[in-house]
Design a protein. Structure first.
Lengths: 296, 279, 415
């Protein structure tokens, strides 16, 4: 393979990795730190994308669209917490997982009825600026996605590591009863975690759907599964892990395709995930020990 | 004589119940598998190969597929010992996707184009298997072995301290669960007489888990209740037209909120069976 | 249906035009032969899930047809009742729908299901029960052929279509080399991409540059950048995109993004108005048996009557147009209505089995049914013998470039 081609594929892989990282981040707060399998996040991402997309088509500037997408996803996330999770917080892990699955079915149906099942597309050259770097090129949206992934990982890592909220989150994750004894209001912390995760999912949805310039009610499904894989590979409680694992999975996917294996891509990606889980059950950057995961 | 439509719903329920039981058996030891559609796929493809290409009778084909899938299950069970909770769920999800991807590229059995040529089986035959395995699991629940399984589920460390072989229990559960899933897959293939890799993806795995949790994950007949519910609900919600799936999702959430332990739990099950004995 | 009420006058006007085909052969004596009875027809369409748009436009189409026929005096005096069931494009639900329609609703024949995967499981059941099932969209090779005599498809096999599409593509754009990309998760797309296209391209002297490494992606993939970079590295004269249009949009968008502006060729799955928006400057060549801008009188009336009804439907996008599958399902039910009129059907409960056999035989021997694009009949494989068009999609419209009969004998299509 020629050097230019290799470089272009590396850029492809890194962008895809950034996409996975962005979605994995929304999973990491609720699923990673608190151990709640929230399957509706993939649909929050989709709804956020649709809201942002609709506004951009209507002529709104990117920051407005981004904010609206984030708020819509966050509002839905709060609804899911209140109805789908809060009443079931003491039930085994799978029960809230399935109630969030219920929400994901509802949201897919809602999106189909509101926007149709055909892909909604960005017209013409809207947001399609490209920057040439010698013989390879990179899109402005592509750079924005990569940049946003790095900034959001850093911001989230900071919040979790250094703020009162972060400490409270970690305390609740560690042991809810002890956290309560220490004066942490677990119910409020959970609500905030869902809120943040909704904001992140909405932002990811807007940026990613604008980058690909097309959106359907089902974009969350496949990408969501891969994003969960990225989160697990990175190490669920280590925010920075997603920044490492996203590009790793992205590059692995692109490399499989580049070297003639597009048909076995998923086989390779999930195989890699299982391998990493077996060699380092705590994920690449460590974190909680996997043999102490929440009981099912 | 029931109509062909109701007979088909009954057949679907039987197959889904077997799939749900396969999750139930593994779940009983405290392990959540999101990859049982993979075992189902192995059973479906192997059983179809054996009846169509090798000309074996279906019952023999199902037994052989169950044995083969059971062995795969045991092989999966070993590395699964290292993982728990969400990690195990993810690893099994990955396994299921790998199996699907494998059959997608397995040209001898049609690859993405699917495989057909099976002979349709009757609903009675499906229920011979479904009923038989349900009785088997219910009997197992009354055995000493089940106490060991529950102990492994409730507190693994304590269970191994009192001398129980939790490793064998957990691996055995994976093997048995995989075998039951394979029977479900084989029956699925011979009920629909056509299979393709998309039949055995992540949404199938989730459907199996859903049937167990909705029906009740503490007693085996819960899988029956859950399966019947999951087959009948989409049919009865037809009058809602374009909002059918949203209504299904809403009902799903409501049932979980009202009965988080599932529709059938030990208390209700005991009450029901006691009443039947008394009358 | 509330949405239909406002259109009564217009429909009544158009009904006689459009349905000239249905009433043409009935004479005065037959006109009231079935008075007081009911002709029950079933339909299986995917109104929820991935293909919701198709199922929903199919539903509006069938409601329109039902009203047109009943307003025009019904089927020899009998009322037409079309029972529509949603299968969510899930094969297991499709078979249940067929069993319910045949067993509980006692319909005479069924239109649908839409996808090839659904046909694979529904057709065997149709044979087992003994009821005609005619798909409006399935084009995966040999699906009806394997399930004779009750299975029909009002579509043309992709194998036959590609034999005309490829030479046209070669000639028009001077194509000597191509690269192939296909959706591996979609049974029809995978068959076309890995078997049909490579063979026909080679037979036409076009080199498939990636014959040893056909590029694939999966339904639902957002990112196909790596595949497209690879496509570009082959520097082909044209690109084969074998995928459902909604997935093809993702590929075409990425091609445009990476500056790979080349003519595209594919199967009927590409035909849609959505794909035209992906990259209007890139020509797309595909076969179709119907498209919204078609020139025949019947097609024009069909489009002008149906389009406003579709656009009134709240759950469909505002700029929606009738699809090829709407045309196909409209023809299918019209054929059943013709059969009910002309094949001596009694519509009595005790004659249900005999009536179904009559419809099957009528379909198999169908001659000169006046379809929207010309005469339609069925070959021994159960697939439609009808006119098809090679269309080019560019700058937002499909234009007819060539038409041909799907049968070796052009007279079969009235040519």
């Amino acid at each position: 393979m020629s050097g230019t081609l290799l470089l272009q594929q590396a850029i492809n892989g890194l962008t895809l990795g950034a996409v996975y990282t962005l979605i994995a981040l929304s999973f990491s707060l609720v699923m990673g730190i608190l151990g709640i399998l929230n399957l509706a996040i993939a649909e929050l991402f989709m709804i956020g994308g649709y809201v942002g997309f609709t506004l951009i088509i209507a002529g709104a500037p990117l920051p407005v669209a981004l904010l609206a997408g984030m708020l819509a996803a966050a509002a839905l996330s709060l609804v899911i917490e209140k109805i789908g999770y809060e009443p079931l917080r003491n039930a085994p892990l799978i029960t809230p997982m399935l109630s969030t699955l219920g929400f994901s079915i509802i949201l897919q149906n809602l999106a189909t009825n509101l926007w149709g099942s055909d892909p909604l597309q960005l017209p013409g050259d809207m947001l399609a600026t490209r920057i040439a770097l010698g013989e390879v090129s990179i899109g402005a949206m592509q750079l924005l996605v990569i940049g946003a992934a790095i900034v959001m990982v850093a911001a989230l890592a900071f919040v979790i590591r250094y703020t009162t909220l972060g400490r409270a989150l970690r305390a609740v994750a560690e042991n809810r009863d002890v956290a309560r004894l220490l004066g942490v209001r677990a119910d409020r912390i959970l609500l905030i975690a869902f809120l943040l995760s909704g904001l992140l999912a909405g932002a990811a949805g807007v940026l990613i759907s604008l980058h690909y310039a097309a959106i359907t009610p089902y974009i969350g499904v496949e990408t969501g599964l891969k994003a969960i894989a990225v989160m697990v590979v990175g190490g669920v409680t280590r925010t920075w892990g997603a920044l490492l694992a996203g590009p790793l999975i992205g590059l692995a996917e692109v490399a499989t395709v580049a070297y003639g294996g597009s048909q076995i891509r998923d086989f390779v990606v999930y195989g890699l995930m299982i391998l990493i889980l077996l060699v380092r059950p705590q994920g690449l950057l460590g974190g909680a020990r996997s043999d102490q995961g929440p009981r099912v | 004589m029931i109509s062909t439509y109701h007979a088909a719903l009954l057949a679907d329920s039987g197959i889904l119940m077997l799939g749900a039981l396969s999750v139930y058996i593994i779940l009983a030891t405290g392990q959540l598998s999101l990859g049982n559609a993979g075992f189902m796929g192995i059973g479906a493809y192997l059983a179809s190969y054996l009846t169509v290409e090798a000309g074996l009778p279906l019952t023999l084909a199902l037994v052989l597929s169950a044995l083969a899938a059971g062995m795969v299950g045991i092989v999966i069970g070993f590395p699964a010992l290292r993982l728990r909770g969400i990690y195990l769920a993810m690893a099994t999800l990955g396994f299921g996707e790998m199996v699907r991807s494998f059959f997608l590229n397995f040209e001898p059995m049609g690859g993405a184009g699917g495989f057909s040529g099976m002979v349709h089986v009757s609903v009675g035959y499906i229920w011979l298997w479904a009923g038989g395995i349900l009785v088997l699991v219910t009997l197992l629940e009354r055995s000493r072995l089940w106490l060991e399984i529950r102990a492994t589920h409730d507190d693994e460390t304590a269970a191994s301290l009192v001398g129980l072989n939790t490793t064998a229990t957990k691996i055995g559960a994976f093997g048995f669960g995989a075998a039951v899933a394979a029977v479900a897959g084989g029956l699925f293939a011979h009920h629909h007489v056509y299979i393709e890799p998309a039949n055995f993806g992540f949404d199938r795995s989730i459907e199996l888990v859903l049937a167990v949790i909705l029906g009740g994950s503490t007693v085996a007949p819960g899988a029956l209740v859950g399966a019947v519910l999951l087959v009948l609900l989409p049919e009865t919600l037809r009058f809602l037209a374009d909002w059918r799936l949203a209504a299904f999702g809403t009902l799903l959430v409501l049932v979980l909120l009202v009965r988080r332990q599932g529709i059938l739990d030990r208390g209700l099950f005991r009450a029901l069976t006691f009443r039947r004995q008394a009358s | 249906m509330a949405i239909l009420n406002g259109r009564v006058e217009k429909i009544a006007l158009c009904a006689s035009l459009v349905l000239g085909l249905a009433v043409a052969s009935s004479n005065e004596a037959e006109a009231q032969a079935l008075a007081g009875r009911e002709i029950a027809i079933g339909a299986i369409v995917p109104s929820s899930g991935h293909f919701a748009e198709w199922g929903r436009t199919n539903t509006v189409t069938l409601k329109m047809l039902e009203k047109q026929i009943n307003d025009a005096g019904g089927v020899n005096g009998a009322k037409l009742r079309i029972t529509i069931m949603d299968d969510a494009a899930r094969p297991a639900q499709s078979t249940n729908a067929l069993r319910k329609l045949a067993g509980d609703d006692k319909v005479l024949a069924v239109a649908g299901p839409l996808t090839s995967s659904a046909c694979e499981v529904v057709f065997p059941v149709a044979n087992q029960i003994g009821i005609v099932s005619t798909s409006q969209a399935s084009s995966k090779p040999g699906v009806a052929k394997a399930n004779r005599p009750w299975a029909f498809r009002n579509t043309v096999d992709e194998q036959i279509l590609a034999q005309t599409t490829v030479p046209y593509f070669k000639q028009t754009f001077g194509i000597k080399t191509v690269a192939i990309i296909y959706d591996a998760k979609d049974a029809t797309a995978a068959t076309v991409g890995t078997k049909i296209m490579p063979a026909i391209l080679t037979a036409n002297g076009i080199e498939v540059l990636n014959a040893s490494d056909l590029l694939s992606f999966n339904t639902g993939d957002l990112d196909v950048s790596a595949q497209v970079t690879k496509l570009r590295s082959y520097n082909p004269d044209g690109v084969v995109v074998s995928a459902d249009y909604s997935q093809a949009v993702t590929v075409i968008r990425e091609m445009k993004r990476q500056g790979l502006v080349k003519p595209i060729v594919g199967a009927t799955q590409l035909i849609s108005s959505a794909i035209l928006k992906a990259a209007p400057e890139m020509p797309i060549i595909a076969p179709a048996t119907f498209y919204a801008g078609m020139e025949t009188e019947a097609a024009k009336t069909f489009v002008s009557t149906l389009t406003p009804l579709l656009r009134k439907e709240s759950n469909l996008p505002a700029e929606i147009e009738p699809s090829m599958y709407d045309a196909n399902i409209y023809e299918i039910v019209s054929m059943y209505v013709d059969a009910a009129k002309n094949a001596g059907i009694t519509a009595k409960p005790e004659d249900l089995e005999a009536d179904r056999v009559k419809i099957r035989d009528y379909m198999a021997q169908l001659k000169n049914f006046k379809g929207l694009g010309g005469p339609v009949s069925f070959n021994a494989d159960g697939d439609a013998v009808k006119l098809f068009y090679i269309v080019e999609g560019k700058n937002g419209v499909w234009t007819d470039k060539l038409h041909k009969c799907s049968d070796p004998n052009p007279a079969a299509c009235g040519l």
